[in-house]
Design a protein around this ligand. Structure first.
Ligand code: NDP
Length: 473
């Protein structure tokens, strides 16, 4: 089966509103401005240390972020002594990590999806992604839910029956595993960079900005692949890091049980709320092919290293914190956190679902009782010169704000953090980071949409003036 296909140049329905406008550049800026370059250099230099700092603060300072800084400031400790106290790389961790990545690779490449055959409503198996700027449509083998289920079945079978390894294995090797994840993250980003120069998968979809650092960080190739089916973005975004997320939390839960003889309600809340988010990701993996990560971002250090290191280490800080601080929440507080988390999830999922249904049915659907929903008709050109039509929904949550899915995501993020109580700042890093990420993403996406749709995008922003919160932003 062909893993990539090229679409016809012009849409069969003819020409739409903005066709006569000058063709805009679709995608990220080719010329890198100073601000973007400085941000890229700062991220390349500091992101690995941010991850190290938080994990080290838990390991050496009971999750206090101020204590190490104060001690450094007063001269009580030095960077070298902090470094010397950190657990080093071990071959045992390297073995665990290699088995982990190898197992995920095996599940991804060798076991085609069967779950879509018996799970009603689940979309799996071979699916098409969105059109790339060069006009290509890639095909993907969607088997993430199956990989997640098999991995967790093996984990449970080990805990309750085989006892090959301790359920606290991840926590027990957390820092040595971080060195291994870094090695993989840098190796993948470097390989993608070299591959883009020597043997790109789709040369027409490569983007060279003229700045090596920016190219390395933000990626050159759009959808790098090895062979027909090994897709770097889908594998690294959706396998070793996200499948691990729920296992890491389970390992923290097991550690709490081992250390204190019980598991706190805060730990259960974090496991449940983040578990819903992860399962949602896998249940909707085919939809994920249409999100910005897959549709618009190029594959470089930002995605490669980010998926290997940033995601598993910083998205799981709440569970790590609760190992060191086993917070037991009052029932009303826990109830409020659960309600916030579920409401955030509902908004996040419904908003994404509304857009998905709207785009799949090309507007022939009902949203909040309105059939057909209101929308703005748009047109754009791909790099091959083809003119295509699209629609921007203005009903439902998409009429409330232009990115209400991000608002729901942020409410859920706040709930994970609030589940850790108010004793320390560290568990709140996640919501601060997500706010920066999603606001930046919102601005980046709108810049891209404006280039893509031109005047039609302006009509949309006039109709829906706010981005995240009506009346505020
Ligand atoms: P969206 O799902 O919001 O997709 C944005 C794209 O949708 C735009 O580029 C445009 O693409 C299209 N679009 C914009 N407005 C409309 C409209 N009114 N009607 C129809 N289509 C529209 O963004 P993301 O891909 O960033 O996010 C997907 C989800 O993933 C979000 O819920 C987000 O919160 C979550 N997320 C989570 C992260 C995490 O780390 N936990 C990281 C990033 C995202 P087109 O060119 O097709 O018109």
């Amino acid at each position: 089966m062909e893993a990539t296909r090229r679409r016809s140049k012009a849409h069969s329905n003819g020409i739409a509103a903005g066709e006569n406008e000058p063709t805009a550049q679709w995608g990220r800026a080719w010329e890198v401005d100073w601000f973007s370059l400085c941000s890229v250099i700062a991220l390349l230099c500091f992101a690995p240390f941010i991850v190290y700092f938080f994990v080290m603060a838990c390991d050496q300072y009971q999750c206090s972020v101020s204590q190490p800084l104060l001690e450094l400031y007063s001269g009580e400790t030095t960077l070298l002594s902090i470094w010397a106290r950190s657990p080093a790389f071990t071959w045992e961790a390297a073995k665990i990590y290699a088995v982990w990545v190898g197992f995920q690779l095996f599940l991804y490449m060798c076991i085609p999806d069967t779950t879509h055959k018996f799970l009603p409503g689940y979309v799996g198996g071979v699916q098409e992604g969105a059109r790339t700027p060069a006009g290509l449509i890639n095909k993907y083998e969607i088997n993430g839910l199956q990989c997640w289920l098999i991995t967790h079945a093996v984990w449970l079978a080990n805990n309750f029956y085989f006892h090959w390894f301790s359920p606290t294995i991840i926590f027990d090797h957390w820092i040595p595993l971080m060195w291994c994840a870094n090695i993989l993250g840098y190796a993948v980003a470097t390989f993608a960079f070299i591959k883009a120069h020597i043997f790109p998968t789709n040369a027409e979809d490569c983007k060279f900005t003229g700045n090596i650092l920016y190219n390395y960080m933000m990626g050159i190739e759009f959808n790098p692949r090895v062979g027909k089916w090994f897709d770097f973005k889908l594998f690294f975004n959706g396998r070793p890091g996200i499948v691990a997320w729920t296992l890491i939390n389970l390992s923290y839960m097991a550690k709490q049980q081992e250390l204190y003889g019980h598991v706190t309600n805060s730990m259960i809340l974090v496991n449940v709320l983040q578990g819903i988010y992860v399962l949602d990701f896998f249940w909707n993996e085919a939809w994920y092919l249409k999100t910005i990560d897959i549709c618009h971002d190029h594959f470089g250090w930002y995605l490669g290293w980010g998926d290997c290191v940033w995601l598993p280490y910083l998205y799981t800080l709440q569970g790590l914190y609760l190992v060191y601080h086993p917070v037991q929440l009052s029932a009303p507080y826990a109830g409020a956190v659960l309600a916030l988390g579920l409401l955030g999830y509902y908004i996040f999922r419904s908003t994404n679902h509304q857009k998905d249904v709207f785009r799949r049915t090309e507007g022939s659907c009902s949203i909040w009782g309105r059939r057909p929903p209101t929308f703005i008709e748009c047109s754009y050109r791909s790099a091959d010169g083809g003119v295509h039509r699209s629609k921007l929904l203005t009903s439902g949550f998409w009429g409330v704000a232009r990115h209400f899915n991000y608002t729901g995501d942020l409410m859920g993020s706040l709930a994970y953090c609030a589940a850790c109580g108010t004793g320390h700042l560290l568990p709140y890093f996640y919501v601060v980071y997500m706010t920066i990420l999603l606001v930046h993403r919102c601005v980046r996406d709108e810049h891209r949409c404006s280039s893509k749709y031109g005047g039609d995008w302006k009509r949309y922003t006039d109709a829906v003036p706010y981005r995240l919160l009506p009346g505020l932003f």
